[in-house]
Design a protein around this ligand. Structure first.
Ligand code: ZN
Length: 755
């Protein structure tokens, strides 16, 4: 260590400590001079975040259970407020009143063929000091399940997805009038009761199979990181993807004291049937009592039982009742006013509420957010003044379904539409690779920041590490692109955390990032997601917490200080061309699949493979999907590419002169850039879900958090609404055309050299 330090010192003596010579390529959107200043401030910033502070932030914030409405949730909000103020930020708490159900009655028992009562309890563990805070812990439940008291035969439905019910149809099994038991994972949890209800089930259990996050993967907690037999995944089952996230009683408007509220009966986002999550300890006797056909190979978990589908003879009684209370959510909002264009906002958020102690989710992210705010506060004291206004937000009520961020977005929709340039989100953080998601107009920018952050383990840049790891994991046909494309592709955003309102509802460009992938975890949303678990099995020395603070803080500063907002449309239009090709392929694959199946039906394949002892039902003949006219999207995507190249050329040609462009021209240019994400939205929203206004990104109706890109076209094809898909292609084509025109007008501003 000392040897390395002396080498660094010698280098510093030989080369003056200027990070970038004037002729070095400047940051995108910066004149060479301001680029150099920016690099210097960012280097100062990145030296500040301290793992010891991150550890202390986590210890404090996760010391007690802090779900919505709890005493410690409020206490944490006030503590965060005090920290923001101590850092020199202008901060306040903004409170909304939202529907937040908590359990009153939870009963799950098997009444036939044998008797069994589920424990529904996560026990305290001696080595884990916060696991015994019983009086403050929320019981295990799924929030926004309706009340219900049902008794019925049980059916095992795998992950409970639409394709699982198609398989059940082939097995001749109906869930009508049954209670289903589904495994967690492979979709957002709320999809499971939704699909079950659509197929006529009257109750839904969701359990964590050891195959997915238990002993099959590693040793269970507290000896290891994985889910033990009593661990339960709490979580929201609000049907946010079909309706909207946030408070179910005030959809589309802020849940302020005088907001008009729906009655509970009118709320659209509650489940249709009662739901309860259980542990594999509680699930095993129920599953073991099932008979009927064996579950298909890929449905079977790793409990030591034969997995049968049912229905019955296991018959279960499920009763749940909730306190349907209105509770406060406390968002903590802090501001650093911009020095040049204070009415352009860069917003950065992470939630602070948890299901229980929540050290990983969300405190690992909240701790980094606080450390960023501290570092930015220090820079301000040293004379740094961001060009744009920076807003830091610690959201409350994310876990029940994005309550704090959605209500804030809905309340401030008008000013956000006018001022918000970019929203940057994080949530839980672990050890490993940088995962980057967001609007593709920010793909090039995000790659640029990642190139400047050092990976704590390998000491290469986190970008280089992500790229090489992607090559290692890639299929042969994808390696060439990974090696040759200038930027790594960032993933599109679905939902499941607080960017949703910004991106999907208002069309504010968004980014979401985290480190992860090196450690397995089986404590998600249980009482065991706590300081003990995190400091034993995740980023225990908080160096990835520091890397996250360095990454996100650099993103915030670089966006806040750029003369021209660093949106890029070349990567964006490349992605749009790709999406267009993907959609055409989706349709072609679907046509081929149905053609093949119809042929097999005619040939008698199903008759030939029929086993009378294990009877199955042949699928119905189906009409082959029609051809769709993709030309409106294809032509507009071409136009988009031409405009993108023109803008890029104009920007790089004018880079040295950026500092001389008149303030008024810069303002007009940045306004156009901010509008570029809004242009991809449509005021009418997506079919049947008008709250979702973005035409390119949305959570899937049947995938939940997972994104559906170009959602109305994609889901139109997947759900066999072909006429609708064709209309939506035209609507997306129009949005692309408008986007191309906007980019052209931005390029023209630069070309005309309005100095
Ligand atoms: Zn979270």
């Amino acid at each position: 260590m000392r040897r390395l330090a002396s080498v660094v010192l010698i280098l510093c003596l030989v080369f003056p400590p200027i990070l970038f010579a004037a002729d070095e390529t400047a940051l995108v959107g910066y004149s060479p001079r301001s680029s150099q200043t920016e690099h210097e401030w960012e280097a100062k910033f990145r030296a500040i975040p301290d793992p010891a502070n991150l550890r202390e932030n986590m210890r404090r914030l996760s010391a007690r259970p802090h779900h919505v409405g709890s005493a410690y949730d409020k206490d944490n909000a006030e503590w965060i407020l005090a920290r923001f103020k101590e850092f020199g930020l202008d901060a306040h708490i903004e409170t909304f009143n939202v529907l937040f159900p908590t359990p009153k009655v939870r009963v799950l028992e098997m009444i036939e063929p044998t008797k069994f009562t589920a424990k529904l309890e996560e026990p305290a563990l001696v080595v884990d000091p916060t696991s015994n805070q019983k009086s403050e812990q929320l019981p295990t439940y799924n929030a926004y399940s309706i009340d219900g008291d049902v008794t019925a035969p049980l059916v095992f439905v795998n992950y409970g997805l639409p394709e699982d019910y198609e398989k059940l149809d082939r097995l001749g099994i109906s869930v009508k009038g049954a209670i289903v038991i589904a495994k967690y994972y492979h979709s957002w949890r709320g999809v499971k009761p939704k699909v079950a209800a659509e197929h006529g089930a009257i109750g839904c259990l969701i359990y964590s199979d050891p195959h997915d996050d238990g002993y099959t993967r590693d040793v269970v907690f507290p000896q290891g990181p994985m889910r033990n037999p009593d661990g339960v995944q709490r979580g929201s089952v609000m049907d946010f993807a079909s309706a909207s996230p946030g408070d179910p009683l005030t959809p589309g408007v802020g849940a302020t004291p005088d907001a008009k509220r729906l009655s509970l009966q009118e709320a659209k986002s509650l489940t249709k049937i009662p739901v309860l999550p259980i542990s594999y300890g509680d699930a095993q006797p129920l599953l073991a009592a099932l008979k009927g056909p064996m579950a298909p190979d890929d449905w079977r978990g790793t409990l030591p039982i034969p997995y049968h589908v049912g229905p019955g003879p296991a018959k279960v009684h499920l009763k749940v009742e909730f306190n349907w209370d209105i509770k406060p959510v406390n968002d903590v909002i802090a501001k650093i006013p911009g020095g040049v264009v204070p009415d352009e906002w860069i917003i950065r958020g992470n939630h602070h509420d948890a299901w229980v102690n929540g050290a990983e989710d969300p405190v690992s992210g909240t701790s980094s957010l606080l450390e960023e705010a501290r570092a930015l506060g220090l820079l301000v004291k040293q004379g740094w003044k961001p060009r744009r206004t920076i807003i830091y937000a610690a959201w409350d009520g994310e876990e029940p379904m994005l309550l704090g961020s959605t209500e804030w977005v809905e309340t401030h929709a008008d000013e956000l539409r006018q001022h918000a340039a970019v929203y940057i989100n994080t949530d839980g953080n672990d050890r490993g690779l940088l995962e980057m998601g967001g609007s593709h107009t920010l793909e090039q920018f995000m790659n640029g920041v990642a190139r400047d952050i050092e990976d704590p383990e390998t000491k290469m840049s986190v970008w280089q590490r992500a790229k090489l790891s992607a090559i290692a994991a890639a299929k042969a046909e994808d390696r060439k692109e990974l090696r040759e494309r200038a930027d790594l592709r960032i993933h599109a955003l679905g939902s499941g955390t607080d960017f949703t309102g910004f991106l999907d509802h208002l069309g504010i460009a968004a980014l979401d990032m985290a480190y992860g992938g090196e450690d397995e975890q089986g404590i998600y949303h249980s009482i065991y997601d706590d300081f003990y678990w995190y400091t034993h099995f995740s980023d225990s020395d908080f160096v990835y917490g520091r890397a996250l603070a360095q990454t996100v803080g650099s993103v915030v500063m670089r966006l806040a200080d750029a003369e021209v907002l660093p949106f890029d449309f070349v990567d964006f239009s490349d992605t749009m061309q790709k999406y267009t090709r993907d959609l055409k392929k989706l349709l072609a694959d679907k046509q081929e699949e149905i053609r093949e199946r119809n042929k097999e039906l005619e040939e008698g394949v199903f008759k030939a493979t029929f086993d009378p002892r294990r009877p199955t039902v042949a699928p119905p003949q189906e009409e082959v999907p029609p051809h769709l006219n993709f030309a409106p999207m294809e032509n507009a995507a071409e136009a988009l590419t031409r405009s993108a190249e023109r803008y890029q050329k104009a920007l790089s040609k004018n880079q040295t002169g950026l500092s001389e462009i008149q303030a008024e021209t810069l303002r007009t240019l940045n306004e156009k850039l901010i509008a570029s994400e809004r242009t991809l939205t449509n005021e009418d929203g997506l079919p049947r879900r008008p709250w979702y206004k973005h035409l390119l990104y949305a959570p899937g109706i049947y995938s939940g958090y997972e994104v559906k890109t170009v959602p109305a076209v994609r889901e139109g094809i997947e759900q066999k609404r072909y006429d609708e898909a064709e209309q939506e292609i035209a609507r997306v084509g129009k949005a692309f055309e408008a986007e191309a025109a906007l980019i052209d007008s931005a390029a023209q501003l630069l070309e005309s050299g309005a100095k």
